[in-house]
Design a protein around this ligand. Structure first.
Ligand code: XUL
Length: 532
């Protein structure tokens, strides 16, 4: 990499993901320079895949193997070793030009530190590695991460103490979920009381790595903090009631929660000596990977949303005001811009589309052709596509319902293809109505975003333009844009344009009429009453 041109600075984003750590360096005009949109370029990237590049930790898919599939744990020093490897790969020439750094962390994961950690972080010596110096500070050798679902009992206890699922969501933005940090802390405090007594500070993945980078205990930002069941989502402050419902002595172990643009301080001397960072490079507070992805994809205004069409389908976007799902299936976090952001995850995403594709012996081209040759509304045929247990709405065991003359018959292959996709987007529209802010522009990412006919149905059902957008390293890029410390955040570099679709008024009218029928079918299916 050549030195940045005059008037241009380098900012580093580090995403501590589930499978790998990714460092992205962006070149952005200096604040006093021209603030043009799309003036940012990716200057360098370094990625470290935990399983294959740090095999000594023995992780599988980024976590320690465990006989119990409900347990998801990671040794935190693995993240630090990955960080050092990524910085080494970027090289001191590049690190020497960095003006700001910020971290994106897989949400919900937690790291537990002993008393004396603040001082130890301040005096990290470049003679040893981060892992060997930070390891003795851990009061819990393994950090629970978001894949851990061992806390059903704790979820129920906290939910009860807070007055039920809706009241919990109303207070913290989400009902209690097994992966959320509050239930994880409660389980640890109960089952490992000695280690809990030895814990002075609880960090999230993002605030832990930020603490190491800044050489001081970093606060938790409102965005990552909203994945804990501990933050009062409206007051944007720790909720004493939620803290009391979680664990005795938690209040003094929680670091402050601060806005997502807080400057934590200058980078720690360790990184100046070891990797050549300028001593005045600023560390901006870390945040969660989902809030960071919004910035990395270029969502800046309420009404803009991202539709990630992967194994599961996730819709997340900026809201005008805090709105909470009365069914308590969705989440509200705080975005890096300070707007509330919603996140709703449908488990039967490409999983369900693939089930239909394979059932009728099609490939994706055949599936797309089937969508093209069938009419919007499918002449009244409809599907509730719960091939696997569903999160939104809550469907505990698989249940596929075909209505309006739709049958699981080979001569209805094309009808079934349309029905699964229409059913998914009608569910998305109906079950996201609580967000109040209707999307006016959706950026679609993930494998499904390459299928133009699928995007057309999304646009017609959701009533807004849907643009396919290939993003790689969205969370790391978002962290790098946050590291500029500017608001609004600079837009990411424009990617390759993908397929896109605008809503067609006749089709929109068909789906507007179809929505109450979908709602009724869902209501009856959940009540397990006889279906029409
Ligand atoms: C969100 C969630 C995951 C993690 C890891 O609630 O659990 O998306 O953030 O990516």
């Amino acid at each position: 990499m050549t030195r940045p041109a005059a008037g241009v600075s380098l900012y580093l984003g580090i995403d501590v993901g589930t499978q790998s750590l990714t460092a992205i360096l962006v070149e952005a005009p200096q604040p006093e320079g021209e603030q043009e949109d799309r003036a940012v370029h990716v200057a360098a990237r370094a990625g470290v895949h935990y399983d294959s590049e740090l095999p000594a930790y023995g992780t599988v898919n980024g976590q320690l193997p465990n006989e119990d599939p409900a347990i998801g744990r990671v040794p935190p020093s693995m993240w630090l070793e990955a960080l050092e490897l990524a910085l080494e790969r970027l090289g001191s020439d590049v690190c020497g030009e960095v003006r700001g750094v910020s971290v994106s962390g897989q949400q919900h994961g937690s790291v537990y530190l002993r008393a004396g950690s603040e001082r130890a972080l301040r005096f990290l010596t470049p003679d040893g590695s981060l892992a060997e110096q930070v390891d003795p500070l851990l009061s819990r050798a393994e950090a629970p991460i978001w894949t851990d679902s061992s806390t059903a009992r704790e979820c129920e206890e906290i939910r009860c103490a807070l007055g039920g699922a809706s009241a919990t969501a109303e207070l913290t933005g989400s009902d209690t979920f097994e992966r959320f940090t509050g239930p994880q802390i409660r389980r640890f405090a109960r089952n490992k009381s000695e280690a809990w007594a030895d814990t002075a500070h609880v960090c999230l993945v993002s605030s832990f790595v930020t603490s190491v980078l800044a050489g001081r205990l970093a606060p938790i930002d409102h965005g990552d903090g909203s994945g804990m069941n501990l933050l009062d989502i409206r007051r944007r402050a720790w909720s004493p009631k939620a803290i009391a419902a979680t664990a005795v002595g938690l209040e003094r172990r929680l670091l402050p929660s601060e806005p997502p643009w807080t400057v934590v301080g200058a980078i720690a001397p360790y990184f100046v000596s070891r990797y050549g960072f300028p001593p005045d490079a600023q560390v901006i507070i870390g945040s969660g990977d989902n809030p960071c992805s919004l910035v990395g994809v270029g969502v800046r205004e309420p009404g803009e949303a991202v539709l990630s069409l992967g194994t599961s389908d996730t819709l997340f976007g900026l809201l005008r005001d805090v709105a909470v799902d009365p069914e308590a299936n969705g989440h509200v976090f705080i975005a890096p811009s300070g707007h509330p952001m919603s996140l709703i995850c449908f488990r039967n995403g490409s999983l369900a589309r693939e089930a239909i594709r394979d059932r009728y012996g099609l490939d994706w081209t055949g599936f797309e052709d089937a969508l093209r040759e069938t009419p919007p509304g499918n002449d009244g045929m409809m599907m509730l596509p719960w091939f696997e247990p569903e999160i939104v709405p809550r469907v505990p065991s698989p249940r596929v319902v075909r209505l309006g003359g739709l049958e699981d018959a080979p001569d209805q292959a094309a009808r079934n293809c349309r029905a699964v996709v229409e059913g998914q987007f009608l569910s998305m529209r109906f079950n996201s109505e609580w967000m109040a802010t209707r999307p006016n522009r959706i950026l679609a990412t993930g494998g499904g975003s390459q299928n133009r006919e699928l995007l057309q149905i999304a646009a017609d059902v959701l009533g807004c333009r849907v643009e396919g957008h290939e993003v790689s390293d969205g969370a790391a890029l978002g962290a790098a844009l946050r590291a500029t410390g500017r608001r609004p955040y600079p837009l990411p570099p424009a990617g390759e344009p993908g397929p896109s679709a605008s809503p067609r008024p006749e089709a929109v009218a068909v789906y507007d009429r179809m929505l109450p029928r979908y709602a009724e079918a869902q209501r009856r299916a959940l009540a397990r009453s006889d279906l029409p």
